[in-house]
Design a protein around this ligand. Structure first.
Ligand code: TYM
Length: 331
């Protein structure tokens, strides 16, 4: 059975981008593959969370993984920092990751631009840690959104480089995966790029948002003053709303508003109302389960312990072999 690995950073509540870009694929894959889904708490350290925030965020992501439908009996769910073998492999891979290629990574350049006062080495080597996460279990498929494509390319580079250096066909090549035709990019509500937690207040719809919060955010989504000619191309902020509708609404609903837009008869208020209600509907079962699981400390502990054991079993096997390949041998 092919192995699958993916993770989500523990920076707080998950949003619709995480869900449609990654989580939905996790849930579908757990029946067909040997799956490892983790909470990337080490990666979240680049932004220096307080201990209380760190723990709270890890717990929240665990709750939301379970609420969304990842089954701990089918997939291995674990917290990244519970598997120290990952950081050991990260160190080995760092010896063959070069400054130039790390500095050229798009996500690194974006982070430098956004936070020039916090360009730490962890940020630079972020893709190396990610490669370690993936190849420690010898994964071949990695369900992620479009924004992670370059990181997957780097994971292949680092794995292949290790294989070449030690002349050993050891790590298989991991590829980004989505059940759809292509990797997903869910837009936010600010009229600009993708939905993301750090893209500003109101840009992201969270799985844990109340119906009222969802309605309020969608009402405030950026629009223009309407189409001026029939069948015109939609400006980005409008296209974004249609793209969101494509994932939460029925094809008929989408076609209906598309036709109104093309005939210049659209009322954005109606479109937003429909979009908000469809988002409320799409998230309702998850929201209910979040509330049901949130206070079940025993269950959460059991899941995390079971996942850590299973993940360490797999990771320690790889580390044993990697040490042997590198030449760390017993006297
Ligand atoms: P993160 O935490 O930023 O995002 C988690 C997952 O959600 C996807 N995603 C989106 N997909 C579509 N549209 C969006 N607007 C959107 N926003 C987020 C991301 O593509 C991702 O799949 N580095 C990773 C976490 C990570 C990881 C790994 C992933 C660490 N190690 C190993 C896979 C394998 C990250 O920061 O994702």
């Amino acid at each position: 059975m092919e192995t699958v690995v993916s993770g989500i950073r523990s920076t707080g509540n998950l949003h619709l981008g995480n869900y449609y870009g990654a989580l939905q694929n996790f849930i579908k894959m757990q029946d067909e593959y040997n799956c490892f889904f983790f909470i990337a708490d080490l990666h979240s350290l680049t932004t220096h969370p307080t201990p209380a925030d760190l723990h709270g965020n890890v717990k929240q992501v665990l709750i939301e993984y379970l609420a969304a439908g990842i089954d701990p009996e089918k997939a291995t769910i674990y917290v990244q920092s519970d598997v120290p073998e990952v950081t050991e492999l990260y160190l080995y891979l760092n010896m063959n990751a070069y400054m130039g290629e790390l500095e050229r990574a798009t996500s690194f350049k974006d982070k430098v631009r956004a936070n020039p006062e916090n360009v730490n080495a962890g940020l630079l080597t972020y893709p190396v840690l990610m490669a370690a996460d993936i190849i420690i279990h010898k994964a071949v498929k990695v369900p992620v959104g479009k924004d992670q494509e370059q990181h997957l390319e780097m994971a292949r580079t680092f794995g292949n480089r290790f294989n070449r250096l030690y002349n050993h066909d050891y790590f298989p090549e991991p590829y980004a995966f989505s059940f759809g035709d292509s990797l997903v990019k869910i837009p936010g509500l600010d009229g600009k790029g993708k939905m993301g937690k750090s893209e500003g207040e109101g840009n992201a719809i969270f799985l844990s948002d109340t119906p009222e919060a969802i309605r309020k955010k969608v009402t405030r989504a950026v629009t223009d003053s309407g189409p001026t000619v029939e069948n015109q191309q939609k400006p980005q902020e409008i296209q974004n709303l249609f793209d969101l509708m494509k994932v939460v609404s029925t094809p008929d609903t989408l076609a209906h508003f598309d036709e109104l837009y093309n005939k210049m008869a659209i009322r954005y208020g109606d479109l937003k109302k429909q979009l908000a209600e469809d988002m409320v509907l799409a998230t309702a079962p998850i929201r209910d389960r979040i509330n049901a699981i949130a206070n079940d400390a025993d269950y959460l502990r059991k899941v995390a312990e079971m996942g850590a054991d299973k993940a360490r079993e797999s990771a320690s096997r790889t580390i044993r072999e990697v040490r042997e390949i590198i030449g760390f041998r017993k006297f």
